[in-house]
Write a protein that binds this ligand. Structure first.
Ligand SMILES: N[C@@H]1[C@@H](O)[C@H](O)[C@@H](COP(=O)(O)O)O[C@@H]1O
Length: 243
């Protein structure tokens, strides 16, 4: 694995494509695992899929480790094919069992669920967090304007996010309008963060995350305050970086 370049405090790997990105991310996960990481913060979306393929193909044993997922659509049960719980089971957990998998419960009462998930995060502090990024630089479901102080919260999804995610649903009306999401403050508590992004649609978000002034209008700029963020991007997503 080549060395990353340091750009404004971020360690950046520029890879050929998402397959190489999955391999690089896997090596980073493997290193954290070997150093004793117990709690893995996981993400949904198409971006981490190649990493999950690598994890499934590996002989790393997670049966004594815990995962904590970032977010879930409000109103979908865990066995709904578009729920994030279902996605994680299909893409990773069924083949690579963990001791426990935490995902917010999209059907639970709002206040109780927020409290429960914040307790999960307190009981299982995240050693390594995997992140994707939205085209508007959201992380998890923290949309532009979300306070950087937020812990788990209920989010109203923006039109941009609904538009980006509608490809997974039969019709745009079927896309849930709300989600439960770990907040930015919770994400920043992870010891180590790996953010993955591929394709030209992510180039502006990646540039803003690294080069823009920190602002709640660009959620990923919060990561500028974290001391250990590795970014794995393909050339298209890296195109607007200033190096
Ligand atoms: N809540 C998820 C995010 O965690 C993810 O990073 C983003 C990008 O998804 P994709 O990787 O499919 O581009 O989509 C959703 O909004």
């Amino acid at each position: 694995m080549d060395k990353p370049q340091e750009i404004n405090g971020f360690q950046v790997f520029v890879v050929e494509d998402e397959h190489e990105g999955g391999k690089v991310a896997f090596e980073l996960v493997q290193a954290a695992y070997a150093q004793g990481a117990q709690v893995f913060g996981l993400a949904t979306g198409s971006t981490p899929e190649t990493l999950y393929e690598e994890l499934k193909a590996s002989n790393l044993d997670f049966s004594d480790r815990v995962s904590v997922n970032l977010d879930e659509y409000v109103g979908l049960s865990g066995d709904h094919p578009q729920s994030y719980r279902y996605f994680m089971e299909e893409k990773l957990f069924n083949e690579k069992p963990f001791k426990q998998n935490f995902v917010p419960n999209g059907l639970a009462d709002e206040e109780a669920e927020i409290q429960r998930y914040n307790q999960v995060l307190q009981d299982y502090p995240i050693d390594l967090q995997i992140l994707g990024i939205g085209t508007n630089a959201h992380i998890a479901f923290n949309e532009p304007g979300t306070s950087f102080e937020a812990k788990t919260h209920k989010v109203k999804l923006t039109e941009a996010t609904i538009e980006a995610n509608k490809r997974f649903f039969d019709a745009e009306e079927d896309v849930p309008r709300y989600a439960y999401s770990m907040g930015i403050a919770s994400i920043l508590e992870a010891d180590q963060i790996i953010l993955l992004a591929y394709g030209p649609k992510k180039a502006q978000a990646i540039r803003d995350m690294i080069h823009a002034d920190k602002t709640e209008q660009i959620p990923a700029t919060a990561l500028q305050d974290h001391a250990n963020v590795t970014v794995v991007v393909d050339q298209a997503a890296a195109e607007k970086l200033v190096v």
